[in-house]
Design a binder for this molecule. Structure first.
Ligand SMILES: NC(=O)c1ccc[n+]([C@@H]2O[C@H](COP(=O)([O-])OP(=O)(O)OC[C@H]3O[C@@H](n4cnc5c(N)ncnc54)[C@H](O)[C@@H]3O)[C@@H](O)[C@H]2O)c1
Length: 340
């Protein structure tokens, strides 16, 4: 079966969702929606998509897509998901972050539980070939059992943070961490689009004893030599028998104690994003077919969101927080007020 899909939002990120359709036979992109006529007609012409809408409900009513991509700012999440479910959409691919606050996340959870709509959070790196290769190395025990992880990125915890936390969960086998202890300072304002602390340090402890030190900060050391702010995303993983690493736009590799020299392969953002996005989107078709659950399914995304909000709670209260955490509805405002 070939599924029909639609995209809501024709901003910069949508270009990569659209270009990922080349060579994707399971899903056909049939229409686009953006309230901004200039962006809509630009993408319609550039990518040869003829059916264009400025209003989501009109598009859903007329086109009845199976899959909707929501490539809109994070304030635009639960309403289009609910509307999509009403018009028979079966799968939603929603850009990160899942939500800006616990209320939005709870509403998305409720809609999914009530309607059965399948939701995948667009933290697409799990589908990068270099991440798959590194995950295989870890699963095969090439560095022994994982003991300690350091990860770092620069964009704040709700902009780049969801990608970092998603890979952290992936590398640790989607085991929910037991606790987080976090500190925060500074705040990125509403104009940033993803308001959150400018700088955060987090220590997550996992049930099997793995400890992760995560730095998500404008002023983080990041990846030495990297000049592009958004390319700072790096993992270093120490195991009982070696070490592995993944640096978003440079290299990944591993070395176990019995190897005379490390295994190193190049990584490139430009060469990874569209192929990874393509496999991510393809995985939605497999999920709708009932063949395989999407790696970035809503349950996982909600666990990751809880881990991020628990870090907010820890930073706000100054003490470690046990996970999964009961998050006060107003935690974002509480933390922001304290940081201003
Ligand atoms: N996964 C990644 O690697 C990655 C990379 C960049 C951005 N993103 C995420 O993608 C999302 C979108 O980013 P962007 O930079 O393209 O955003 P943007 O704000 O520039 O574009 C979003 C578009 O959606 C349209 N829109 C919003 N609400 C609408 C509605 N109700 N009806 C019709 N149109 C509507 C806006 O007019 C706008 O053109 C963000 O959440 C961002 O964090 C993800």
């Amino acid at each position: 079966m070939v599924y029909k899909s639609a995209i809501l939002g024709c901003g910069p990120r949508a270009e990569f969702h659209i270009r990922a359709y080349e060579g994707l036979d399971e899903i056909e992109l049939v229409c686009l929606c953006d309230m901004r006529a200039d962006r809509l007609s630009n993408y319609g012409e550039r990518f040869n998509v003829g059916r264009l809408y400025q209003d989501l409900e009109s598009m859903l009513e007329k086109e009845r897509p199976d899959i909707l991509h929501i490539v809109a700012p994070p304030s635009v999440r639960e309403e289009p998901i609910e509307m999509a479910a009403e018009y028979g959409v079966r799968g939603v691919i929603v850009e990160k972050p899942l939500a800006l606050n616990p209320k939005q996340a709870a509403k998305i959870k409720e809609i999914a539980a009530r309607t059965g709509i399948k939701i995948a959070l667009n933290t697409q790196r799990r589908y990068f070939q270099t991440i798959k290769d590194l995950k295989s190395i870890l699963d095969e025990g090439k560095i022994g059992s994982v003991e300690w992880i350091r990860c770092v990125t620069k964009g704040n915890i709700l902009s780049m943070g969801p990608h970092m936390v998603d890979l952290l969960f992936h590398f640790t086998g989607d085991n929910f961490p037991m606790s987080v202890w976090a500190a925060a300072n500074g705040i990125n304002g509403r104009d940033y689009g993803h308001p959150a602390p400018a700088n955060m340090l987090m220590r997550y402890v996992f049930p099997d004893g793995v400890t992760a030190y995560c730095e998500d900060a404008e002023d983080a050391v990041g990846t030495p030599g990297e000049t592009d702010f958004w390319q700072h995303l790096e993992f270093n993983i120490w195991g009982s028998e070696g070490r592995a690493w993944w640096v978003q736009n440079k290299e990944w590799g591993y070395q176990s104690y019995n190897m005379p020299s490390p295994f190193i392969k190049e990584t490139s953002w430009d060469a990874s994003d569209i192929p990874g996005q393509r496999e991510f989107t393809r995985a939605m078709a497999a999920w709708l077919d009932g063949r395989e659950v999407h790696l970035n399914n809503l349950d996982t995304a909600l666990m990751e969101f809880n881990a991020i909000m628990a870090a907010f709670l820890s930073a706000q209260s100054g003490v470690p927080v046990t996970l999964p955490a009961q998050i006060p509805v107003g935690i974002v405002e509480l933390l922001e007020a304290g940081l201003r």
